[in-house]
Design a binder for this molecule. Structure first.
Ligand code: A2P
Length: 277
């Protein structure tokens, strides 16, 4: 899969259509959305336009979407997948993820993903926002290992605990909010490195991910930033500087993680969401 993609969380349909098309035109090949974002139609329109403008084919792109919490369960996931395909105006997706591990349902949801994968309707299946316990349960109870765990990951939140298990199981880390929703961009170590390498703070962080083999999906609706975030190939951080950023880990997830039990399907806040990525 491509190592860099465009994220579209908190992006309207209109903005998604524009930024997806622009991203494709500027070399992005991975687009990451979710039913929860409410912008699958905009993403679908952006994909059509991007392909038209570039002359690329569908197979040149890698499109990811995710199962909404409310849709989890075996039959409802199968139905939700068909609905997402229609919204995106696609015949298949490259990667389908369980958006959040809804307790009591994520095993059945995964079995539906396995079925869709075996039928060839999805090229690869994975998970998102799983912690160590839930990932262990999934590995124990099901037969196909997820290819990806998409997690909140940035210099201030490096999820070292679960990454060990992911490494053992051969699961790729994909980072959502790799710029820390903006906060990591202002960190002093990052801004000093930006000055040292004559690059932007965002490029320093994304290059740091790249050198560690982490897939990133930074979100931006600004073309200038979309381009900037993809220009990572012409410089390299020293081992020392990679380590300096690794030392910034504070286990600092978005505050909302602590505020409510996001994995509990009976929690109305967890379902109503509006804060999920
Ligand atoms: P915007 O969409 O207005 O460009 P993350 O993906 O880590 O959550 O970060 C996304 C946030 O960071 C968004 O608010 C986005 O704003 C902003 N952002 C994305 N790319 C850059 C960049 N290169 N420089 C500064 N801010 C950026």
């Amino acid at each position: 899969m491509p190592r860099l993609g465009l994220g579209v969380w908190k992006t309207s349909n209109t903005d998604a259509a524009q930024s997806v098309s622009q991203a494709i035109q500027h070399g992005y090949r991975l687009i990451d959305t979710a039913k929860q974002y409410g912008n699958e139609p905009g993403v679908g329109a952006g994909i059509q336009d991007g392909l038209l403008q570039t002359g690329l084919n569908r197979k040149d792109l890698f499109v990811t979407t995710k199962v909404l919490n409310d849709d989890q369960g075996y039959d409802s996931t199968l139905r939700a997948f068909e609905a997402s395909l229609k919204q995106l105006r696609l015949h298949y997706v490259d990667l389908y993820l369980i958006h959040w591990p809804v307790d009591g349902r994520f095993i059945d949801t995964w079995r539906a993903l396995e079925e869709l994968y075996r039928n060839g309707q999805i090229r690869a299946i994975g998970i998102s926002n799983f912690d160590r316990d839930r990932l262990s349960e999934l590995l124990d109870k099901t037969s196909i290992t997820p290819v990806i765990n998409q997690m909140e990951f940035n210099p201030l939140n490096q999820e070292k605990d679960i990454r060990q298990l992911m490494q053992l199981a051969g699961i790729q880390l994909e980072a959502w909010s790799p710029l820390g929703g903006g906060e990591a961009l202002n960190n002093l170590v990052i801004t000093k490195l930006a000055a040292k390498y004559q690059r932007s703070a965002a490029q320093i962080i994304l290059r740091w991910d790249y050198q560690q083999g982490i897939v990133v999906i930074p979100k931006s609706t600004h073309v200038k930033r979309i381009i900037e975030n993809s220009q990572l190939g012409d410089f390299e951080l020293s081992d020392e500087d990679v380590a300096a950023i690794q030392a910034l880990d504070q286990g600092k997830r978005g505050l909302w993680y602590d505020d409510f039990t996001w994995h509990n399907p009976t929690n109305p806040q967890a379902i109503a969401g509006g804060i999920e990525t």
